[in-house]
Design a protein around this ligand. Structure first.
Ligand SMILES: Cc1ncc(COP(=O)(O)OP(=O)(O)O)c(N)n1
Ligand SMILES: Cc1ncsc1CCOP(=O)(O)O
Ligand SMILES: [Mg+2]
Length: 218
């Protein structure tokens, strides 16, 4: 499976509802191929323990494992990648370290508008772009960029774009039509009563949005 296929549905964990490991395993069972560990409240030692377990789990399911914010934890557990935002360690510094010491490691960078996206793509393997829609999962999220803002970024950058923020079953197809490579979700899976079913349904919607709307003329 290609990188682009793996990030088509990108699940970011939140431990508050079902716990990181349980919710990640349910998403993996459904067929999700990229998992990001995002934990904002716990001490580093605990995040490290969770990261080690998620690393093992993602190996078993042949999925990518990305750590949010913490490059130290990402390298300690041999994650596939690290995701940083505009307030985290600078993408440029991480890119230098990856090229020198951790070749092949994936670097994802957040961008909240076109100018951040154009700067971030100099260093990133993919961009996380949003929030596209209102979200209550990220307390310090900036204003939404909407489908139009997302389209502008997607048509301007060369690296894959993963759209994020308020994406759910009812808007995922519209988001993908904006030209992004994938969609990242937290609450649509992590805060669902049945995360495995929700992930499966999202994957089905994504697969169907790949199909042409009109029959192909032969
Ligand atoms: C895939 C993806 N895109 C964007 C983000 C947001 O990162 P950041 O702006 O650093 O905010 P926090 O998630 O750290 O609160 C992300 N984590 N993943
Ligand atoms: C981490 C992050 N970055 C921009 S919006 C967001 C939160 C996405 O969560 P949800 O999918 O629940 O809206
Ligand atoms: Mg961050």
């Amino acid at each position: 499976m290609s990188f682009a296929e793996k990030i088509r549905l990108y699940f970011i964990t939140d431990g508050r509802s079902h716990g990181h490991e349980r919710v990640a395993e349910m998403a993996l069972k459904a067929g999700v191929k990229t998992i990001q560990l995002r934990e904002k409240r716990l001490p580093a030692r605990e995040i490290y323990g969770i990261a080690k377990r998620l690393r093992r789990l993602t190996y078993d399911y042949e999925a990518l494992f990305i750590v949010n914010d913490r490059f130290d934890i990402a390298i300690s557990v041999e994650a596939d990648g690290i995701h940083v935002g505009q307030e985290d360690l600078p993408a440029k510094a991480i890119r230098s370290l990856i090229d020198e010491k951790f070749p092949g490691m994936i670097l994802g960078v957040s961008a909240r508008d076109l100018s951040e996206a154009l700067e971030a793509e100099k260093y990133a393997d993919y961009l996380g772009v949003g929030p596209v829609f209102p979200t209550s999962t990220k307390e310090d999220a900036r204003e939404v960029i909407g489908i139009d803002g997302l389209k502008k970024v997607c048509s301007a950058v060369k690296v894959p774009v993963v759209a994020i923020g308020g994406i759910n079953h009812s808007n995922v197809s519209e988001v993908l039509k904006a030209g992004c490579t994938g969609v990242a979700v937290i609450s649509a899976i992590a805060f669902s009563e049945n995360p495995e079913k929700s992930a499966e349904e999202l994957l089905n919607l994504i697969e169907n949005s790949n199909k042409p709307h009109k029959p192909v003329n032969r």
